[in-house]
Design a protein around this ligand. Sequence first.
Ligand SMILES: Nc1ncnc2c1ncn2[C@@H]1O[C@H](COP(=O)(O)OP(=O)(O)OP(=O)(O)O)[C@@H](O)[C@H]1O
Ligand SMILES: [Mg+2]
Length: 233
Amino acid sequence: MKVLSIATRKGGVGKSTWTIYCATMLFHISFKKGLKVALVDFDDQKSIANQREKELKRKSVAKGLADIYPDDYKQRLSSMYPIYSFTYKEYLKKYKALNENFQFVFLDFPGRVEKEQVSVLETIDKVAVPIVADELDIESGMSYMKMCADLGIYAGWFLNKERNTNFTKMVKQQAHEKYFLKVNDKIEKIVNKEDGLLSIVERPETYRSNRSTIIPFDDKEKNISHLLKFLIN
Ligand SMILES: Nc1ncnc2c1ncn2[C@@H]1O[C@H](COP(=O)(O)OP(=O)(O)OP(=O)(O)O)[C@@H](O)[C@H]1O
Ligand SMILES: [Mg+2]
């Protein structure tokens, strides 16, 4: 089992959005190969788990899936990757069972780090740190990257919610060497083949219309698929 996470200390930077994207895409991409994916939601508001429950009651969801996978949407729906709402303690208790049943488990954390999180963080194989280009976020990103280095977790970073500002330009051109490598000498810059650093400007169109944990995001979003590639390779 590989344990993966899109995480940082800051709230509202896109952790849950891109975790749902990666888990949903990976489930659909690997469905025929039979690889098993799960998502663990540690947020006590259970927002992802609740979203899944609501979706399963909606008829439009089955129809949306049937439009994309007319031949096997029923099988996909009935074996849809699970979303578990666990406390840190529950996760650690269930770790062995997860390890036996899944090839990929995504962990979605709330935007804060608490003491009891450490043993959970230690189970992670790879983490992608989203950076939104404003100063405070660089600082919280750096402290998170340093923590990953201290815990021996392999980490990479990418830019989310890109805006056309000078600060964003500086982050794109200099932050890796000037800030991030200094706190974590193994930190990877997650790249998009065409032009360097993976930098996400908007949410995929399909996410904006569905916010779905079931229907895959638009697979024309090749840019974003580099995030998933970083995590699973
Ligand atoms: N690239 C983007 N462009 C525009 N909006 C985005 C982008 N990425 C995420 N968002 C939006 O930003 C908001 C916060 O995203 P999300 O809930 O994924 O953050 P989070 O880090 O999980 O927050 P929290 O710490 O509260 O759990 C959401 O409304 C989401 O749709
Ligand atoms: Mg979240």
